[in-house]
Design a protein. Structure first.
Length: 209
């Protein structure tokens, strides 16, 4: 596993269930999932990148009968997700090293799982995920929109190095991967965690034409 993935795994191994508690009340996240569910046929194959504790993303999709594969670099998160969402499948892996067949999935979720990758790696990963979608397939992404590269931030008490794009740069990157952006919603969210302040979130809905 590469250095960026090891660092991310170390952070989320520590956070565990606290991450779910802090972010599970996001209305924008749930609205994004509702949009995705509304586009899927019965028993669709869905890839959840950075699946965390499995809730709310994998749990929401599995509850309505979809075939969900979650991938996460944190073994603690994978263990939690496996126990909490037994109707989905979870793998401890770096998404950059997971073989992905073209057109293998009906939908892909990428909620806040790119932030500890360089911009070049984010571009490469989104490109691979776009190709893994079947034509007409949907992708839901979320990030913290900010024009920053490899800056140290304190996230829920943990020091992490983060990289992101400003909102327009992020949607441009998604479009360059071969996806059509249907909407991009900017919102402010305050995690349920001591000392947390409001942070910008960007939710993007797109499709592979």
């Amino acid at each position: 596993m590469r250095d960026q993935a090891r660092q991310a795994a170390a952070v989320f191994d520590v956070l565990g269930p606290a991450y779910e508690k802090a972010f599970s009340h996001s209305e924008a996240h749930r609205a994004s999932l509702a949009w995705l569910v509304g586009r899927l046929g019965p028993g669709s194959r869905v890839l959840d990148v950075g699946s965390g504790t499995g809730r709310p993303t994998a749990a929401t999709l599995a509850a309505v009968g979809h075939d969900v594969l979650g991938v996460d670099v944190s073994p603690v998160m994978v263990d939690l997700a496996t126990r909490q969402v037994p109707d989905a499948t979870f793998r401890h892996a770096d998404i950059r090293e997971v073989p992905l067949e073209d057109g293998a999935f009906d939908a892909v979720c990428v909620y806040f799982s790119l932030l500890q990758m360089s911009r070049a790696v984010q571009e490469a990963v989104v490109g691979r995920l776009a190709r893994a979608l079947r034509p007409g397939g949907s992708m839901a992404l979320a990030t913290v929109p900010a024009d920053v590269e490899d800056v140290e931030v304190v996230f829920m008490g943990q020091r992490v190095r983060a990289t992101s794009f400003a909102a327009e740069g992020f949607t441009d990157m998604v479009g360059a991967a071969g996806l059509t952006v249907l909407s991009a919603e900017n919102t402010l969210f305050t995690p349920d965690h001591p000392g947390a302040g409001s942070e910008p979130h960007l939710f993007v809905r797109c499709v592979r034409e």
